[in-house]
Design a protein around this ligand. Structure first.
Ligand SMILES: NC(=O)c1ccc[n+]([C@@H]2O[C@H](COP(=O)([O-])OP(=O)(O)OC[C@H]3O[C@@H](n4cnc5c(N)ncnc54)[C@H](OP(=O)(O)O)[C@@H]3O)[C@@H](O)[C@H]2O)c1
Length: 368
């Protein structure tokens, strides 16, 4: 139970470790105490230690059954829910995903439909649900907030039917962005990925796939845009490769290549819109995506004055995802790997943080 001694995956300043804790968790306010079914792994589970976000239980994404609720919780005991808890320094232990009991905070939590009829063409279960929040919310922030694209089927206003380049289509954020952009009616959608992933990405809606390792990838994309006859003015870099390390040549980084691919005839024209999942200090045109935003975010760039409108946009996206989950609509990541046991979970976290997973989302099955 949530007051007995139990093993959690703790993110120390030096990386993730197993730790026994005995803190008891009691929900207050809008919180809900959860018995975790699955926790989803993201690179940030470990990488956040490098920016000082550590010394708490690791992990963001999870799904599980509500055991107990605070007086203002929107959920009931017995509900199956999924979501994420935001990051921050001094994050309480109960917020981390990689433990058997955790607290759902007041935002970014969604109910799994009890009836299959309300759960999309392929029923959204707890395993898939634990893969969705970070990748979906980050992709939606990029597309429907930063790039200003519309998603009429979800009730989100914005530019209609735009050409889009997704650099890193096989990352989990990339594959989420691809499916959301397709469902929102945008195109052509060009993606970059390793050649082995091209067929899978085409099946999910990519109009053209390019190998980012090709020396002439920028020229290939420019030519495809010219030949297609429709401008591509929006680019979402979902990997931010080589944009952070000091000494890297910026012009070889993924944001520089993405920008160069779509701006041949437009230079710095006002129509070009660029977003990336990591900071791009060398090119101020890039806006930075975030999975969660709020007025008091510990990450200043994620703060939003009008957070309510942003929450409303994300709620519409997630509502559409829950109602349309399934082939031909939105499957999240097509490949889900389940790991069992704390040691395997630790190893999978390292694989993810080191960029060793490809078109794959990993979830830990609980109990650990
Ligand atoms: N700001 C935020 O709130 C936020 C939220 C979520 C994630 N992120 C960040 O976004 C990044 C992606 O996260 P993720 O979970 O989606 O990662 P992921 O799925 O583990 O990313 C791995 C994929 O990246 C692709 N890739 C690697 N280098 C590439 C390059 N140079 N060009 C194109 N594709 C490349 C690989 O594609 P191939 O296999 O085809 O080679 C691989 O499939 C991470 O850095 C993460 O920390 C930020």
């Amino acid at each position: 139970m949530a007051s007995s001694t139990r093993t959690v995956i703790y993110l120390s300043p030096d990386g993730p470790v197993l730790r026994d804790i005995s803190e008891s968790y009691r929900p207050t306010g809008a919180q809900s105490l959860l018995r975790v079914d699955y926790s989803g792994i993201n690179p940030a589970d470990i990488k956040h230690a490098a920016i000082g976000l550590h010394s708490s239980v690791a992990g963001y994404d999870m799904s599980g059954e509500v055991l107990e609720t605070g007086p203002d919780s929107p959920f009931q005991p017995g509900d199956r829910i999924f979501g994420l808890n935001p990051t921050g320094p001094g994050r309480p232990l109960h917020m981390g995903a990689h433990q058997d009991f955790a607290m759902a905070s007041d935002r970014f939590w969604y109910k799994l439909p009890a009836s299959p009829a309300a759960a999309g063409p392929r029923r959204l279960g707890p395993r898939e649900a634990a893969t969705l929040p970070v990748m979906t919310l980050t992709a939606a922030d990029g597309l429907f907030h930063l790039l200003g694209l519309g998603f009429p089927r979800a009730g989100i206003a914005g530019s209609a039917s735009q050409g889009l380049l997704i650099w890193g289509g096989a990352s989990t954020v990339g594959v989420a962005a691809l499916q959301l952009a397709k469902a929102a009616g945008h195109g052509p959608i060009f993606v970059t990925a390793s050649a082995k992933n091209h067929a899978a990405l085409a099946a999910l809606g990519a109009d053209r796939c390019f190998d980012y390792r090709s020396d002439d990838v920028v020229e290939q994309i420019r030519k495809a845009i010219r030949d297609g006859g429709k401008p591509v003015r929006h680019a979402l870099d979902t990997v931010g490769a080589a944009s952070l390390a000091a000494g890297d040549e910026f012009e070889k980084s993924s944001p520089a290549l993405a920008a160069a691919s779509i701006q041949e005839d437009q230079q710095d024209g006002p129509g070009v819109k660029l977003a990336c999942v990591l900071p791009v200090r060398e090119d101020p045109r890039f806006k930075l995506c975030f999975a969660t935003r709020d007025p008091d975010s510990p990450l200043p760039m994620a703060r939003m004055a009008d957070a309510e409108a942003w929450y409303g946009m994300q709620a519409k996206v997630m509502s559409w995802v829950v109602g349309n989950f399934g082939e031909g609509q939105y499957v999240g990541c097509p490949n889900v790997t389940v790991v069992k046991g704390a040691a395997e979970c630790l190893e999978a976290m390292r694989r993810s943080a080191e960029g060793r997973s490809s078109l794959e989302k990993i979830v830990c099955e609980h109990p650990l």
